[in-house]
Design a protein around this ligand. Structure first.
Ligand SMILES: *[C@@H]1O[C@H](CO)[C@@H](O)[C@H](O)[C@H]1NC(C)=O
Ligand SMILES: *[C@@H]1O[C@H](CO)[C@@H](O)[C@H](O)[C@H]1NC(C)=O
Ligand SMILES: *[C@@H]1O[C@H](CO)[C@@H](O)[C@H](O)[C@H]1NC(C)=O
Ligand SMILES: *[C@@H]1O[C@H](CO)[C@@H](O)[C@H](O)[C@H]1NC(C)=O
Ligand SMILES: *[C@@H]1O[C@H](CO)[C@@H](O)[C@H](O)[C@H]1NC(C)=O
Ligand SMILES: *[C@@H]1O[C@H](CO)[C@@H](O)[C@H](O)[C@H]1NC(C)=O
Ligand SMILES: *[C@@H]1O[C@H](CO)[C@@H](O)[C@H](O)[C@H]1NC(C)=O
Ligand SMILES: *[C@@H]1O[C@H](CO)[C@@H](O)[C@H](O)[C@H]1NC(C)=O
Ligand SMILES: *[C@@H]1O[C@H](CO)[C@@H](O)[C@H](O)[C@H]1NC(C)=O
Ligand SMILES: CC(=O)N[C@H]1CO[C@H](CO)[C@@H](O)[C@@H]1O
Length: 605
């Protein structure tokens, strides 16, 4: 169906496109007048005509009150519905008399203009805009969502993780397709987005069935955007694109190898399902929507209506019958800034409806929420009670290139984790959700990963230390020796299991403070068994988003005292996790670290 294209656009929109309506004409105070039924019906009539004929350029009413125009691109006007709805909702019914719409990407363009004859006190349509709040597409800092944690030092408050909403005791481990999909033209890997199909997924995920990966618990094979296209079944449930996938078969294949299957979805329902009836009910999908078409081909639920939960239940029933074990729920708000879509300001209910549906299914399914979710005191508790993991930053991909990641963005991801974990700490309750720092890119050599071997090690140390999802985005067919070691060694497994219970928190060298620093120390634990991990890092000069803002060049002395770490009172055995050597420490320890180098230490007291 025609809704595939918007979804693909959305995926790429993440980095650069901000499709948007733009209002103009004359202005009036919303609510001071009404829109006439005649003009409203004329608009609906023209929308139908444009929908039926992509070549039609103009449309107007007989009275000469309402004018509309569309410009298709390459014969396609696929955005027409979202575009005209946006212009109506956000311009013509919201204080302006004209509006244009373009997503800045596919060349399609739309225009509407209302003459004074459309506005009158005898009109029946109110002019106060849509009945829901839509998040500004270019809003990178959603109001109040990313508060700075309280600065401080003081005694160490050990952080501990408890069981997640759906009953998990560690973060997800496996592989996800987006890293490869986001490469600009990956001729040497699977060929980028267009290569997303059953065979390419099997080629990657079969690697996870090798013993060393199994032993380390990497079992999820997760399909990102693109597996579903936009098709729905007779009950309006999201199904796979049968040209490229057969998820029943894939599920069987993966489960046969002892692996699990993950899929990607966004809140809402494909708009094309409006006339279908929800399984086991006589409720029409179109009757329980809230009127917002998010521009990605999905319409938003009215969460208060009967039927919404039943739809989610039926969806999970279908997906688990294929063998789905993990769901990445993207475009969740508040959050998902710079999103290229008309996201309603609060679709957090999606997390709850998916969670309930998972619970009702009786299956153990992981729910991962994405992206850069609002992490203030209103929303951290919500995510924590419905999902296994939540994204803490925007996409980490090195968009527009043929490498996976850049150091600058890694610095940003780490700074976001620092803020996230300190906000969790302030809540002073057991943490029931794992951070998702986005795909882990350490498996491949520098020429594909995009960062040096030193940096790959530092990335691994941070993803481990955060207890973050260890979901690889790499090309699993080209793992080098360092990749294998970082991902599958016994030290990795031991550390990952520890951090899954005790996530790390910052304690600055020299002060024990938690502020961002180029020379940073982190501690996880100590556990009741007097086990802990310490990570010492020199991030190198701040490349813009590191949060610390300094530029010390070259090798640095990173000196940490037990007092800084908050673990005085006994001496500790410090073992370098990757080198294996050990030192007994009773007051302080110094590491000499090059730019972007880190040292992961296992402590026993
Ligand atoms: C579609 O619109 C074009 C341009 O107005 C017109 O030439 C064509 O006849 C229309 N096609 C149909 C099937 O109405
Ligand atoms: C708009 O229409 C409603 C319902 O007919 C009416 O109650 C209201 O007074 C009108 N508003 C204006 C500003 O004319
Ligand atoms: C959290 O952010 C949301 C969305 O901007 C806002 O509505 C809410 O008031 C904020 N809560 C707090 C405690 O700041
Ligand atoms: C299914 O995938 C094929 C091949 O990539 C694509 O051409 C087609 O548009 C997709 N169909 C849907 C409904 O997304
Ligand atoms: C639903 O049915 C109505 C009436 O037949 C039709 O106008 C509309 O286009 C249909 N909507 C969808 C999404 O198929
Ligand atoms: C956001 O939606 C959730 C779920 O419906 C609701 O519990 C919460 O109160 C809403 N938050 C705000 C700030 O409106
Ligand atoms: C990347 O580097 C590896 C060795 O580190 C080498 O085997 C491979 O051919 C290189 N690939 C490219 C595309 O240069
Ligand atoms: C490392 O730096 C600290 C703080 O500047 C200093 O006290 C310590 O002597 C240095 N250690 C070494 C071995 O240079
Ligand atoms: C391990 O050996 C290196 C190189 O000699 C040294 O710099 C480091 O401090 C040692 N680490 C531990 C934990 O003993
Ligand atoms: C809702 C909206 O976009 N309103 C706009 C109407 O037009 C004026 C002037 O062009 C803008 O300032 C408003 O933002």
């Amino acid at each position: 169906m025609a809704v595939t294209i918007p979804i693909i656009l959305a995926a790429f929109a993440v980095s650069r496109v901000a499709g948007q309506w733009q209002c103009g004409g004359t202005t009036y105070t919303p609510g001071s007048t009404n829109f006439t039924t005649e003009c409203y019906q004329a608009a609906q009539n023209c929308i139908s005509q444009f929908g039926a004929n992509a070549s039609q350029v103009y449309c107007q009413d007989a009275a000469g009150n309402l004018y509309m125009q569309q410009q298709a691109s390459g014969g396609s006007n696929s955005d027409y519905l979202a575009a005209f709805q946006d212009i109506l909702d956000f311009c013509l019914l919201d204080g302006n008399t004209t509006g244009t719409w373009s997503d800045g990407y596919d060349g399609e363009w739309f225009w509407m203009a209302a003459e004074p004859g459309c506005y009158s006190s005898t009109g029946t349509i109110g002019t106060t805009g849509p009945g829901f709040c839509v998040q500004d597409r270019t809003d990178t800092v959603i109001k109040g969502c990313y508060p700075q944690p309280i600065a401080g030092s003081g005694p160490l408050q050990v952080l501990k993780t408890a069981k997640t909403a759906n009953g998990f005791t560690s973060s997800g481990r496996g592989w996800n397709s987006w890293g490869i999909e986001a490469l600009s033209s990956a001729t040497t890997v699977i060929p980028s987005w267009t290569g997303m199909n059953q065979q390419s997924i099997i080629a990657q995920c079969t690697v996870l069935s090798q013993q060393e990966f199994k032993n380390a618990g990497y079992d999820v094979c997760s399909l990102d955007a693109g597996w579903a296209g936009g098709d729905v079944d007779e009950y309006g449930r999201i199904i796979y694109n049968s040209t490229t996938f057969d998820l029943t078969q894939l599920g069987q294949y993966l489960h046969g190898l002892g692996l699990k299957m993950g899929v990607y979805v966004i809140p809402g329902v494909p708009c094309s399902a409006a006339n279908l009836t929800i399984k086991g009910t006589n409720i029409l999908i179109g009757d329980i929507l809230n009127g917002n078409n998010n521009g990605l081909g999905y319409c938003d639920w009215d969460w208060s209506k009967d039927g919404v939960q039943q739809w989610h239940n039926s969806l999970i029933e279908l997906w688990t019958s294929w063998g789905v074990d993990m769901i990445k729920l993207d475009f969740v708000t508040p959050g998902s800034p710079w999103n290229g879509a008309n996201l309603v300001c609060n679709n957090s209910a999606a997390a709850e409806f998916f969670h309930k549906a998972i619970e009702n299914s009786g299956h153990q399914v992981r729910l991962d929420l994405s992206w850069k979710l609002c992490r203030n005191e209103t929303y951290l508790p919500i995510w924590s009670s419905f999902a296994e993991s939540m994204r803490t930053d925007q996409d980490i991909d090195n968009y527009g290139t043929n490498t996976f990641v850049a150091w600058q963005v890694v610095q940003r991801a780490i700074e976001n984790y620092r803020q996230y974990i300190l906000l969790q700490k302030q809540r002073n309750v057991p943490i029931t959700i794992y951070p998702d720092m986005d795909n882990l890119f350490v498996a491949n050599p520098e020429n594909l990963t995009g960062v040096s071997d030193t940096q790959r090690t530092t990335i691994m140390n941070h993803w481990l230390g955060a207890g973050a999802n260890l979901v690889l985005g790499s090309d699993l067919r080209n793992i080098d020796a360092l990749g294998t070691k970082l991902l599958t060694s016994s030290q990795t497994i031991q550390a990952a299991n520890f951090f899954a219970q005790y996530p790390m928190q910052p304690r600055n060298p020299g002060s024990g403070n938690n502020l961002p620093k180029q020379l940073q120390a982190w501690i996880a634990g100590p556990s009741d068994e007097n086990e802990a991990y310490v990570l010492l890092v020199n991030y190198g000069p701040d490349q813009g988003n590191g949060g610390f803002g300094t530029s010390l060049n070259g090798i640095q002395n990173v000196s940490i005292s037990l007092n800084d770490l908050g673990i005085t009172g006994k001496s500790w055995k410090f073992s370098d996790v990757w080198r294996g050597n050990t030192t007994k420490v009773s007051s302080s320890y110094t590491a000499y670290l090059a730019e972007s180098e880190s040292q992961l230490l296992h402590l026993q007291g």
